[in-house]
Write a protein that binds this ligand. Structure first.
Ligand code: ASP
Ligand code: MG
Length: 401
């Protein structure tokens, strides 16, 4: 007998028919003699709808109250799923985050899981219940309901798998696994059998949107093997684990991230310490800087260009404007019509010319590169957002066709 954690995203429980479908997947797994803990997200667009409701009343509502509201979405889906399982003649119990033992930090709307006290879950499994846990939520040490940030239920599932030493953690979604590119945009995209945590982490942060990146970080830390698969088809999914050895591919995927903005600070005096001062202003505000490019100084001046998340872009500009006199800069330029396109692959470390191949694909498609950054397992370029889909297709074709 194994302990299996199964997580179902919002689209998998969007309506009554889908909830019944999930109930049948879960009860099939249980009938094979497994202990099953299920984690679910809120149905369909429920979380977005709740955010909209809050905004109608008070767009500046405190984060504590936002969490109180958003946690309601998952309460609906866990109870409906428990009812569906009862209807199929099985015993189920639904638990909110706090009932399932999720202790989190008190950073409302982006709380971190500190510990999962799984004793209640264990007691329910001992009673032969299928246990259904609300994803995305927990309780702070002050006894307040918290949420983990958008897409947080993946992390809830991995946290339970880690706390309970589960044999398998399956993440059911609306795609059949992890692909070499977004299959809705690139018809030739292939499903990967396996991918390593590190590659998945890059793809998750780069906007591949199959798994929440914190869930992958946690899976890597506790060595939890994940399977990403579809709740709609019976096809085998993609396994995410420490080392993927099956497919020795040069790259494992091409990802697009349009949630980026580019900021240039021009005419900065060419003196030591100014980059440090500038970026420390941003880090004091917890604004993450990604690709950085500094021009070679001329006439005693230099330009520094970098990217930040689009959602923090305006704040970053404001923060630097206030500081412009101190750094003696001439101008701050802002552009959020950009996209970051990346290739990711553990195989590229040992192969020369991977980046060149990517640049060639962009050249063939006549797409201009604004910035470049590389790491051991990734090459990213910043381009005009209007070229983003064309770039992904061109690069994908170069490596996979
Ligand atoms: N319902 C939450 C959201 O939409 C959590 C999740 O889906 O994982 O962000
Ligand atoms: Mg959701």
């Amino acid at each position: 007998m194994s302990l299996i954690v199964q997580k179902f995203g919002g689209s998998s429980v969007a309506n009554a028919e889908r909830v019944m479908n999930v109930a049948s997947i879960v009860t099939d797994t249980f009938s094979k003699g497994n202990d099953v803990v299920v984690v679910v997200s809120a149905q369909g667009d429920t979380t977005d709808d709740l955010i909209e409701k809050a905004n109608e009343i008070n767009p500046k509502a405190s984060k504590r109250e936002q969490d109180m509201l958003l946690a309601a979405g998952e309460q609906i889906s866990i109870s409906l799923l428990a009812m569906a399982i009862e209807k199929l003649g099985f015993h189920a119990v639904s638990l909110l985050g706090w009932q399932a033992g999720f202790e989190t930090s008190s950073a409302h709307t982006s709380a971190r899981i500190k510990r999962v006290d799984a004793s209640r879950i264990k007691r329910e499994l001992d009673k032969k219940n299928i246990v259904i846990v609300a994803g995305f939520q927990g309780l702070s040490k002050y006894g307040d309901i918290t949420t983990l940030g958008r897409g947080g239920s993946d992390t809830s599932a991995v946290a339970i798998a880690a706390a309970m030493h589960a044999d398998l953690c399956q993440i059911f979604t609306d795609v059949e696994g992890v692909y070499t590119a977004d299959p809705r945009k690139v018809p030739n995209a292939r499903k990967l059998k396996e991918i390593s945590y590190d590659e998945m982490l890059e793809l998750a942060t780069l906007g591949a949107q199959v798994l929440n990146n914190r869930s992958v970080e946690m899976a890597k830390k506790y060595n939890i093997e994940l399977e990403v698969l579809s709740s709609m088809t019976k096809a085998p999914g993609t396994i995410v684990k420490e080392k993927s050895k099956m497919e020795k591919m040069l790259i494992s995927g091409v990802a697009k991230d349009t949630e980026v903005a580019r900021i240039s600070v021009t005419g900065i005096p060419n003196l030591p310490g100014l980059a440090f001062k500038m970026f420390s202003k941003l880090s004091a505000k917890d604004i993450n800087v990604d690709i950085i490019l500094q021009s070679i100084g001329h006439d005693g001046k230099k330009d520094i260009t970098f990217t930040v998340a689009k959602s923090r872009g305006e704040e970053a500009v404001e923060c630097l404007k206030d500081y412009m006199e101190n750094i003696g800069a001439a101008e701050i330029l802002y552009d959020d019509k950009v996209a970051k396109i990346s290739i990711v692959g553990a195989g590229m470390e040992s192969h020369a010319g991977v980046a060149t191949k990517m640049f060639e694909a962009l050249y063939d498609a006549q797409i201009n590169i604004q910035m470049i950054s590389t790491s051991e397992i990734k090459v990213s370029v910043l381009i005009d957002v209007a070229d983003a889909d064309k770039a992904v297709s061109a690069i994908h074709a170069k490596f996979f066709d």
